[in-house]
Design a binder for this molecule. Structure first.
Ligand code: GLC
Length: 438
């Protein structure tokens, strides 16, 4: 016990070295800098599942369709209208700073030129080409960071343990050599991806099927960080990642991790599904994005292109509408940190990195047109409407000379400054924000 105490005094980061929350490691925070300021990323689920429009990989795993019929979709995966430059431009226009594309989902269909296996977009579908290289080039050309999604499980591969929810090919302890064969295949593919694309971020998935030791996570990380030390990992490497990865469930409270990213679908599907019309409106997507901003995270918003490579029009529309809002409000998006409690402002807020400007995201305007800010002790030097420029007055009530209580600050937002989605007010304080504690 004494030894542990001594160790903690010397190396407080030891406390957190095994998880993703609140590390004191400077190099770690430096490598996370671009990610922290990126705020918005676009996830892409593209694969043969877009042909029938069924759930990616899970359709055969859960036996809604046989594996054989699932694989028949390869015949319809044409990529005839695939325009990676257009994709990258759309992503850029949305205001995203990075993109993460499925190089291989759990079904094992690879989208790049791999020497390992035949199930890929060159050898087994009419697309007949490497689809990742031109996309990575287009992202780089547009100054966007490159993220590669890679599924650890490969339910189609003959030497992988799991196949469907009622059939497991073998157990590792019964046939370790077979598992080794799978491992060389998996490591081979990862090495190819690393050498070909030097991604900025690895987005792993499917770790739940085996332990960190079985996947050999340490070896994966040392392979992928060799001469690429700044690369970032999501947390789906049995928790050995750099940031937390909540999925679909928008956190209610600010997560404890220093860095986190919510991955989210636009409708209810990751890949393209003809029959899934349950799209969120651009307003609803922005509701989620602004909420994420107010809690200091990133949003990784998914699109699912069709089998011919076109982006469905509903998805394109969301990207465009997002772009209108992000380009107008960039000051209140990229360089901000989590905001103040809802007790102080009835809505999402964020703070500039130096904590001297408070951003108020206003969705619905109160009947009298006035929003109210409570509990901020600082003097307010100025308030303006972001992306519009109008300077606004404030009225302070309930402030008396004999108490430190900061009063209630009402700010009226004129109608002609309203944004169709979120109007953002910048509140410039006389120093770092101080919240009234009593
Ligand atoms: C899940 C699913 C998968 C999807 C992913 C995205 O873990 O297995 O189909 O690609 O989440 O976050």
């Amino acid at each position: 016990m004494k030894n542990l105490f001594f160790y903690l005094l010397l190396f407080p980061s030891f406390l957190f070295s095994q998880n993703i929350s609140q590390s004191n490691d400077i190099a770690y925070h430096q490598k996370m800098e671009w990610f922290k300021e990126a705020k918005l990323g676009i996830f892409i689920h593209w694969g043969i599942y877009a042909v029938n429009g069924i759930s990616e990989s899970w359709a055969f795993y859960n036996r809604y369709i046989s594996h054989e019929d699932y694989l028949k979709q390869t015949a319809g995966f044409t990529a005839t209208n695939y325009d990676p430059d257009y994709w990258a431009r759309m992503i850029k226009e949305s205001g995203a700073k990075y993109s993460v594309i499925t190089t291989k989902h759990h079904d094992g269909f690879a989208l790049w030129d791999t020497e390992y296996g035949d199930l890929n977009s060159l050898k087994s579908s009419p697309s007949k080409r490497d689809l990742i290289t031109p996309f990575v080039e287009a992202l780089r050309k547009n100054d966007l960071k490159v993220g590669l999604y890679y599924s650890l499980p490969d339910w189609s591969y003959k030497d992988y343990t799991h196949h469907t929810n009622n059939f497991q090919r073998y157990k590792i302890q019964d046939d370790p050599d077979r598992w080794d064969r799978f491992q060389s295949y998996n490591f081979g593919q990862l090495e190819e991806l690393k050498n070909n694309f030097s991604p900025d971020l690895w987005w792993f998935d499917g770790d739940w099927e085996h332990s960190a030791e079985e996947w050999n996570v340490k070896k994966i990380k040392s392979l992928l960080t060799h001469k690429q030390t700044g690369v970032i990992f999501n947390s789906r490497l049995n928790e050995q990642g750099d940031y937390a990865t909540p999925e679909i469930g928008l956190p209610i409270h600010k997560p404890e991790a220093d860095y986190w990213e919510l991955c989210m679908t636009m409708n209810d599907s990751w890949g393209f599904q003809h029959n899934d019309k349950k799209y969120k409106s651009p307003q609803q997507v922005l509701d989620i994005f602004v909420d994420v901003l107010s809690k200091g995270g990133n949003l990784l918003l998914d699109i699912g292109p069709k089998a011919d490579g076109t982006i469905p029009k509903e998805q394109e529309n969301i990207l465009k509408e997002l772009g209108k809002w992000t380009s107008k409000h960039s000051e209140a998006i990229y360089q901000v940190e989590a905001g103040i409690p809802y007790e102080c402002f009835m809505g999402p807020t964020a703070l500039s990195q130096d904590s001297t400007t408070l951003y108020l995201y206003v969705r619905d305007i109160p009947k009298d047109g006035k929003v109210v800010l409570k509990g901020v002790e600082n003097k307010i030097n100025r308030v303006w409407v972001v992306g519009h420029g109008t300077i606004l007055d404030q009225e302070v009530f309930c402030k008396v000379y004999w108490s430190k209580y900061p009063g209630l600050t009402y700010i009226e937002i004129p109608e002609n400054t309203l944004d169709p989605y979120y109007t953002v007010l910048a509140v410039l304080l006389d120093g770092k924000i101080k919240l009234y504690q009593d």
